[in-house]
Design a protein around this ligand. Structure first.
Ligand code: ZN
Length: 440
């Protein structure tokens, strides 16, 4: 059912009324350096905020035993005892609408050397004109706050969703996707989901899957005075990188087979994100470890592509004077995730387009992204439409990450309007029983 124009106007005004508080809350979130393995203080904070608002809050550490046999699982070599997800649940007095999950991830990527941040230190939020600066502001603490404050705006009008709503704050989005997966395995599903990732107020139509792996290169250590008789593992690592770049170009050449990706310039990106190796400046390095990331197309089975990487390295390096006899070893230590396509024509998408039109006075555009998104968990393993739609942001994963305040306001308005249409609304307070007039 489409929203009444007066109610829509009141909802957007209620978002405006709470906006200063919303941005202060977003700044609070940015102050938590919620890097991988250190998310718990931020998660405890948001759990408290959700409890204070009266939601039933479920905080739980990811249980590897429960998820490691799931087809969406990504392998890990880290401890999950502090990797806590938070799921808050709203239940209506009378369930008449469609249920909804409002999801966001609390983990942020490492900030790099602080002296290379110009505007503000990474975890010290700072407003400059229309921009809010800070690591994780765009990706995606502004989105987590938008989910919460969209519901708050409805409450300010004395209204709440007439359907079950789960507000999720998950971990592990930047490395495995196991946080969102663990919520699904706990049983949290709904008729639709929204993830306000920093995607410039557009809707994600499709995205790639991602594989993380490490390549372990062994060398032959000798004293540097007789370097010619040794084998340098770090230099051998260069040859591994070159081989993987060739594989990446071969995979890009397949893009015409993937309708949503044919028009992208370079859908498959390979990255060596970290190199470790060697022990001593005067010893030819005995080892080198490359931490890598590559994308795969929707429909690709991660296991097939993983085998293709191993086979490619074996054949590309077969004639290498040293690596030919000591092939590098590949291990899988993170994302092992499929890409997804959001089917066109869903009712959820139509409702978001209407909400976006009211909040932004613009048509909703869709786009395809060569990055991982937790939406694959909902779309592939729960058959749910998952709408990745969130604010305009710049320099995510870079220095001086920033998110647009005007954009956060429009997105929060659109989410609140979406909830109103999708879930329907009911008064927060039960209506007073009308006193019966007379007794005769
Ligand atoms: Zn993100």
């Amino acid at each position: 059912m489409m929203l009444d124009a007066f109610l829509a106007r009141d909802i957007l005004r209620a978002v405006d009324d709470g906006f200063e508080e919303q941005i202060a809350f977003t700044e609070e979130l940015i102050r938590f350096p919620s890097l991988r393995g250190a998310e718990k203080p931020a998660q405890d904070f948001i759990a408290g905020e959700l409890e204070r608002r009266g939601y039933a809050v479920d905080s739980f550490a990811i249980d590897l035993d429960k998820i490691h046999d799931h087809p969406g699982f990504s392998p890990v070599d880290v401890d999950y005892s502090e990797a806590v997800n938070v799921v808050a649940t709203h239940r209506p007095r009378v369930e008449t609408g469609r249920s909804l999950i409002l999801n966001g991830h609390m983990d942020v990527v490492p900030e790099g050397p602080h002296e290379m941040w110009d505007v503000s230190p990474p975890f010290t939020p700072k407003r400059v004109g229309d921009w809010l600066h800070g690591r994780g502001g765009g990706d995606m603490k502004a989105g987590i706050a938008a989910n919460l404050f969209a519901l708050d705006a409805l409450r300010r009008l004395g209204l709440q969703p007439a359907a079950r709503v789960h507000v999720q704050s998950v971990v592990e989005e930047e490395c495995t996707g196991n946080g969102a997966l663990a919520c699904l395995v706990e049983g949290y599903t709904a008729d639709a989901a929204i993830i306000p990732e920093p995607v410039n107020e557009r809707l994600v139509r499709a995205n790639v899957g991602v594989l993380w792996f490490e390549v372990h290169v062994a060398g032959h250590p000798v004293h540097v005075r007789e370097a010619g008789s040794g084998a340098n593992a770090i230099e051998a690592g260069y040859r591994v990188i070159e081989a993987l770049k060739h594989l990446c170009e071969a995979w890009n050449a397949e893009k015409a087979d993937h309708p949503h990706f044919a028009d992208l310039d370079h859908p498959i990106n390979f990255n060596v994100g970290r190199i470790e190796g060697g022990d001593w400046a005067s010893s030819v390095p005995a080892w080198c470890k490359l931490s890598c990331r590559i994308a795969i197309y929707p429909g690709d089975d991660p296991a097939d592509r993983a085998r293709a990487i191993e086979a490619h390295l074996a054949s590309a390096l077969a004639d290498d004077a040293f690596l030919g006899n000591r092939p590098p070893k590949v291990t899988w230590n993170g994302f092992f995730a499929r890409g997804y396509v959001l089917d066109e024509g869903s009712e959820a998408e139509a409702a978001l387009a209407r909400a976006h039109g009211l909040a932004s006075e613009a048509a909703l555009e869709t786009f395809v992204t060569p990055a991982y998104l937790d939406a694959r968990v909902f779309v592939i393993y729960a058959g749910m439409p998952c709408l990745v739609y969130g604010p305009t942001s710049e320099s995510v994963h870079g220095f001086d990450e920033r998110v647009s305040l005007a954009s956060i306001r429009r997105v929060t308005g659109a989410i609140a309007l979406f909830i109103a249409e999708w879930c329907g609304l009911e008064p927060v307070e039960a209506p007073q029983q009308t006193a019966r007039a007379g007794t005769d």
